[in-house]
Design a protein around this ligand. Structure first.
Ligand code: SF4
Length: 378
């Protein structure tokens, strides 16, 4: 594995418009609502979705009410790969994407004829922010012998420069496929996922040094201490986490794969190292099982286990209603960039369709763990 000299950026620093920093995101996270208010707003969302012929596509990390609404109204709650597929194939003319900006952009690139709305256009991602298109293009230009593979969590302009897009659920398969063809890889932007894929595949990979500010906070030493308190718990880890955390995992997987693991593995206790928005779905599919959040900080910190993405948290019922009522916050992608970016996304979707890979655990933990670990990081 070869690492690039690039450094990750400081996310407390606002962009020129003051819109990208973490503090700005937390300040815009909707307030907690009373049960009556939530019920009224949810009813209004259902009414508007029907009136506007719109469908709600939500990520597992967003507010639980939005996840429920997506499922109750014929939309979907999913990981980013499935969100992309679902939005592309659904006949609705208007998609409302409850997630972060790159997800809305991907939906627009795949379905340029559709109207893509998002509750808050400032909902971004540290991986996207840490990989500016101009710097990335220069990096690619400096390594023309490498196949460029980018994670979904990037801007349309970065995707336009890539040969392949991957999500965490299929990244390992695609890199293994390219490695088998003798290709050398330029990988961006998540350094932890890149390292994990490199270790699993043995591919020659040059890594951009980005990170997810949520998963980067999981602490290996603290996780080890927590495991001693819960010796029977199985450890579920998203591969955007540091190596010291991944090394302790029973299952390394994408959001969908981690949910599947909770549902199907015979253990009754799990320690979960990913954004805690996922716990809503995990509780729904495995109500009798105990879910413990992995530690994000040591004893001296004010917050022990608080892995939650500030940008995902910006999606709420009220701003969802606002965009449905007004049509505000429509995602726009330069058509020229969109056409170029489409190539690497479509390549991934075609690859996924050809593989038609389904991963289901059987109840044999040893075998299942090997199965999940072998399938990939996403
Ligand atoms: S959880 Fe991490 S990778 Fe996902 S959107 Fe937030 S910052 Fe980006």
């Amino acid at each position: 594995m070869v690492e690039s000299p690039l450094k990750s950026i400081e996310f407390e620093r606002p962009d020129a418009a003051g819109g990208a920093c973490v503090a700005h995101a937390w300040a815009r996270v909707p307030e907690t609502l009373t049960p009556d208010r939530r019920a009224a707003l949810k009813a209004r969302v259902k009414q508007l979705l029907a009136e506007r012929n719109a469908v709600l596509v939500a990520h597992y990390y967003v507010d639980a009410d939005l996840q429920d609404l997506a499922e109750e109204t014929g939309g979907c709650v999913a990981d980013s790969l499935e969100m992309a597929r679902f939005g592309r194939d659904h006949p609705a003319h208007t998609l409302v994407v409850a997630g972060v900006r790159f997800m809305g952009e991907t939906a627009k690139i795949l379905s340029p004829e559709k109207r893509i709305l998002m509750p808050d256009l400032d909902a971004t991602c540290s991986l996207d922010l840490g990989c500016p298109a101009d710097q990335f293009a220069a990096f690619c230009d400096a390594h023309p012998d490498r196949t460029v593979v980018v994670y979904a969590n990037t801007s349309a302009a970065v995707k336009a420069r890539a040969d392949w897009m991957v999500t965490s659920s299929i990244g390992l398969d695609i890199v293994a496929h390219l490695h088998a063809q003798g290709k050398k890889i330029l990988w961006a932007p998540d350094r932890h996922l890149g390292r994990y894929v490199q270790e699993k595949t043995g591919a020659d990979m040059l890594l951009w040094q980005g990170a997810c500010l949520v998963h980067d906070e999981f602490k290996g030493v603290e996780l080890e201490l927590l495991r001693r308190e819960h010796p029977r718990a199985k450890i579920l880890v998203h591969p955007e986490s540091p190596a010291s955390v991944v090394a302790q995992a029973d299952v390394v997987g994408s959001t969908s794969q981690l949910i599947d693991a909770v549902r199907t593995l015979p253990a009754t206790e799990f320690i979960v190292a990913t954004d805690n928005g996922i716990l809503h779905k995990m509780r729904a599919v495995a109500s009798g099982k105990r879910l413990i959040e992995a530690p994000t900080a040591g004893n001296s910190a004010t917050c022990k286990s608080c892995a939650h993405c500030p940008w995902m948290a910006m999606n709420g019922l009220e701003n969802l209603i606002h965009v449905l009522e007004t049509g505000d916050n429509e995602i726009q992608v330069d058509p020229r960039i969109g056409e170029q970016a489409y190539i690497c996304i479509d390549r991934m979707l075609t690859f996924a369709a050809e593989r038609k890979k389904t991963v289901r655990a059987s109840g044999d933990l040893a075998r299942d763990t090997a199965l999940f670990s072998g399938v990939g990081p996403a």
